[in-house]
Design a protein. Structure first.
Length: 244
């Protein structure tokens, strides 16, 4: 999977998240709630909950918020239920878009997502129309500074020993790929050796990215921004490659 210029995608997502910190907390709370409802409130046995809590902490979400959400999810069995829904389609210029949502009102969310695609020059497609272009992987990212003494070959051996599938570097970033089922094992193993990660998540990585001009990227990013701003949308994955 080397050479796919993932950094531009990660950079864009991180910048968008920094601008929408409040919405990020709302989305993470929803993920924690759904994880507890589906698998219980013990993160040692509920992997989905453990990853949601890790994401919350990485986003500096207060512990009180995390605990309150878990407590709420273990309460009244008649409370809100979130349904996991996937939407697939194309942004302008043939860029594939894969949308992961958690919603208590499937019809509302579907209408809003369809409207976003239509209004911004995209097309919402059938199930499976773009999913084959992505792989579900564990992805850990380290950002290097000028002061870091980093031996790429030595680190690769450590990561592989910890269970990683691949390691690649791009500019000042190091990407560690894992199978989804080995993600936590690799993360904990490398953290135990003192490594810290800029991002750490099970995500969807495109097999190839589509390079576009800056002007075309602005059109596409209008759609991505609207989708990411939707409270029901948890993640938006795409294969856009910008020059930035």
């Amino acid at each position: 999977m080397a050479g796919h210029s993932k950094w531009s995608n990660i950079k864009r997502r991180k910048e968008a998240q920094d601008k929408k910190r409040g919405k990020i907390f709302t989305k993470i709370s929803k993920e924690i709630f759904a994880a507890v409802r589906n698998g219980g409130d013990d993160p040692s046995t509920n992997n989905r909950l453990r990853m949601a809590i890790n994401k919350a902490k990485a986003s500096n979400m207060p512990n009180d918020n995390i605990e309150r959400t878990i407590k709420k999810a273990t309460g009244d069995a008649g409370a809100v239920q979130y349904e996991e829904v996937i939407y697939e389609g194309y942004a302008p210029h043939g860029v594939a878009v894969y949308v992961h949502a958690l919603t208590e009102n499937r019809n509302r969310t579907a209408a809003e997502v369809r409207h976003a695609f239509n209004k911004h020059g995209g097309n919402l497609g059938e199930d499976g129309c773009v999913s084959f272009m992505f792989q579900r992987v564990g992805l850990l990212t380290m950002e290097l500074t000028e002061n870091d003494s980093f031996d790429e070959e030595a680190f690769m051996l450590e990561a592989i020993d910890a269970g990683a599938d691949d390691v690649e570097t791009e500019n000042e970033f190091v990407f560690i790929h894992t199978a989804p089922e080995h993600f936590e094992e690799v993360k904990q193993g490398l953290e135990g050796q003192g490594y810290q990660f800029t991002t750490a998540e099970v995500t969807m990585v495109p097999d190839t990215n589509i390079p576009v001009s800056d002007e075309q990227a602005e059109e596409i990013e209008e759609l991505l921004d609207v989708l990411e701003d939707n409270d029901d949308v948890q993640n938006v994955y795409h294969n856009l490659q910008t020059s930035a």
